[in-house]
Design a protein around this ligand. Structure first.
Ligand SMILES: Nc1ncnc2c1ncn2[C@@H]1O[C@H](COP(=O)(O)OP(=O)(O)OP(=O)(O)O)[C@@H](O)[C@H]1O
Ligand code: SF4
Ligand SMILES: [Mg+2]
Length: 303
């Protein structure tokens, strides 16, 4: 950009998600979660640059051209469950109309009767009630809009579901219900699910593994049971995130995340970290699921 500068929104992100597995990507606002999701879908702004590879089967998503992304990736290889589903749906069209178009485009179903049946089957897969199919997005509750969006995401039988903040704005019961539904589609379809969320309770409920991001880097990759339960997180930032929860210590992490354009030398968390030493002026690599020079060890994990 003329007069502008480049920032590294996501750096050295290495992870995999297996079929039948859910990986939750968590971290504070601005840490790079949505940029990572957009990179997988080929939806970064035109002036963005990527490096490395993101394999889905034989395809490298980062190297795919727009035609491949439009024809074979979006909807077919990756089903996107969007944030704010009501806003994602076209306000002047009914849910049936959305589903009909997507079913026709992704499955090739033709003919009124066949399309009608396929649309109703698609709605049923996401537990969207058939008698609400002729409603417009503004006539749906948050939960039903979420189910409509999930139904659309499932039409193409994509092996990867990507859900970016799927529970924003929902009350607790609906959050639980939404994540349970998403989990069901992973379990029954043997799909992979990458769920991006601020909501740690939702992540605990749905995820098999957790990736914690800070300032554009994954700082911890852990088994969800161990992370949320015993022995708990090993990275000081991850621990801070959990300790900030109202049902834990309710103690916020001091300070603010850094500007991506002016990261400190070495570990970006150092200015906020009570374990920082001189060693932390060198960037800690992600090794054995943790990027920290002084991770919490088994003996102090319950402290
Ligand atoms: N088009 C863009 N141009 C410049 N910077 C951008 C652009 N899109 C995102 N960024 C920057 O990249 C960083 C990561 O943004 P991103 O949207 O991925 O955060 P996030 O982790 O999804 O946050 P949130 O939890 O608030 O959704 C932010 O600092 C943001 O300002
Ligand atoms: S590397 Fe150092 S500053 Fe960074 S999280 Fe670990 S102990 Fe804290
Ligand atoms: Mg985001």
């Amino acid at each position: 950009m003329p007069g502008g500068r480049r920032i590294a929104a996501v750096t050295d992100a290495h992870f995999d998600v297996a079929a039948g597995e859910c990986l939750a990507l968590i971290g504070e606002s601005g840490c790079g979660k949505s940029v990572l999701a957009s990179a997988l879908l080929g939806l970064l702004p035109a002036n963005a640059r990527t490096a490395g590879e993101a394999r889905l089967g034989d395809l490298d998503l980062l190297a795919a051209d727009e035609r491949t992304l439009a024809r074979t990736v979006r909807g077919r290889l990756i089903g996107l469950v969007p944030q704010s589903p009501a806003a994602h749906l076209t306000p002047v069209r009914t849910v049936r109309s959305h589903l009909r178009e997507t079913v026709a485009a992704l499955t090739g179903t033709r003919g009124r009767a066949a399309l009608r049946a396929a649309v109703e089957a698609a709605a049923a897969r996401a537990a969207f009630p058939a008698d609400h199919l002729d409603r417009h997005p503004h006539q749906l509750s948050g939960g039903l809009a979420q189910r409509a969006a999930t139904a659309l995401a499932l039409v193409g039988d994509a092996p990867l579901l990507l859900a970016d903040e799927p529970t924003t704005g929902l009350d607790r019961d609906l959050v639980d219900h939404t994540v349970d539904e998403l989990r069901r589609h992973v379990d029954t379809g043997r799909r992979s699910l990458l769920v991006i969320t601020h909501d740690l309770a939702a992540a605990e409920r749905i995820a098999d593994r957790v990736a914690v991001m800070y300032a554009g880097r994954i700082v911890e990759l852990a088994d969800a049971k161990a992370f949320f339960g015993t022995p708990g997180p090993r990275h000081p930032y991850s621990r801070g995130l959990l300790q900030a929860l109202p049902d834990r210590a309710f103690a916020p992490i001091p300070g603010m995340p850094p500007e991506l354009g002016s990261l400190p030398e070495g570990c970006a968390f150092a200015p906020r970290c009570d374990r920082a030493t001189d060693a932390c002026t060198a960037l800690p690599p992600l090794a054995d699921g943790i990027a920290c020079h002084h991770p919490r060890l088994p003996e102090d994990l319950r402290a």
